[in-house]
Design a protein around this ligand. Structure first.
Ligand code: AVJ
Length: 332
């Protein structure tokens, strides 16, 4: 059936079209932040994590050796590590140290973790992660799940009954508005169950003079990351954004305690997306991302509302970033 082949080549992802058009038909135009992470977006985000202005990743990573040691000693043996938004295993590796490595490393196998369930929207990244872990931790059971962590997660049957350690590093929770963050924490409470531990990395509220450069770096990597959303829509759903006609803007919204990223239309223009025309005024913006910043008190209160007790906190001396260890309220 040559006709089917012909049309299949031009099939666009309706889900992506609908997501884009529904956001772009609002008064304040929006595009959802999860659209950032195609392959190029993942590469650009990785470059962001290495920027001098982007303190988040390096600050969290500096805390992880000590945090991992402390968490692993409180964990029951043979736990499953469930990581939300696991685009790579570099952070999980601290918790997996000594887990399921070659038999010759058996002497170091004191670790609690028997299985790893990375959850992420980026399927290619998950497949690469699994391939790397097959080499570095051949005896670790790895069960990737491709999907949005805001949807209920069904843990694979193979890990049923094992105690659980949830892991949500990188302040990815900051992408969710507070209502969704609460919903997510409550959902994770149900997925991870009684007896669980949940380690969450959170970027702390701080002076905008430190925050803004982290989202508007001198090398322009964050600008390219932001515009890549338009590049992706051009390629995947046949939109015709002139990407140079949109400027990157990061703003600090003090009332809502968040960094906002926008793409600012440099002129009045019309863009066609899957046959629909979207008009932009000059200076009109597409709101592409929120990155909420919490005080420790605010985060702990929100976690409590979602059914979690905070049992330990780690932060750097400058209090830029924090890791919170949560355990279910009233369980065990
Ligand atoms: C992956 C959501 C933690 O909000 O800091 C980095 C994404 N956006 N630069 C963040 C991001 C712009 C990042 N998170």
């Amino acid at each position: 059936m040559p006709d089917d082949f012909g049309s299949a080549a031009r099939i666009v992802d309706r889900g992506l079209v609908d997501l884009a058009l529904s956001g772009l038909s609002r008064r304040q135009k929006t595009l959802p932040a999860k659209l950032f992470y195609d392959e190029e977006g993942c590469r650009l985000f990785y470059r962001i994590t290495e920027l001098p202005e982007y303190y988040l990743t390096r600050t969290e990573r500096a805390l992880l050796p000590e945090v991992a040691t402390a968490v692993l000693t409180t964990l029951p043996p043979r736990a499953v590590l469930v990581e939300y938004g696991a685009s790579d295993e570099t952070k999980a590796a601290y918790l997996l140290a000594g887990s399921g490595q070659k038999a010759t490393d058996a002497g170091t196998e004191t670790s609690a973790i028997a299985a790893y369930v990375p959850i992420d929207v980026a399927m290619p990244a998950l497949l690469q992660l699994r391939a790397r872990l097959a080499a570095s931790h051949p005896r670790l059971a790895v069960h990737p799940i491709a999907g949005d962590f805001m949807d209920p997660v069904k843990l694979p049957g193979a890990v049923a009954g094992l105690p659980r350690l949830g892991f949500f590093p990188g302040s990815t929770i900051g992408n969710l508005d507070p209502a969704d963050a609460m919903r997510f924490l409550a959902l994770a409470r149900r997925t991870l169950g009684n007896g669980a531990h949940f380690l969450v990395g959170v970027d702390l509220r701080k002076d905008p003079s430190l925050l803004l450069p982290a989202y508007d770096d001198a090398a322009g990597v964050t600008a390219a990351f932001n515009r890549n959303m338009l590049v992706r829509l051009n390629r995947e759903v046949g939109a015709n954004f002139d990407t140079a006609a949109f400027a990157h803007r990061a703003v600090w919204n003090d009332v809502d305690s968040r960094i906002e990223m926008h793409l600012v239309s440099r002129k009045a223009q019309a863009v066609s997306i899957a046959g629909q025309v979207v008009r932009f005024d000059r200076g009109e913006t597409i709101h592409t991302e929120n990155s909420y910043k919490y005080t420790a008190g605010r985060f702990v209160a929100m976690a409590a509302d979602a059914g979690w007790n905070c049992t330990a906190t780690w932060s750097d001396p400058a209090q830029l970033f924090a890791l919170f260890l949560l355990q279910p309220i009233g369980a065990g």
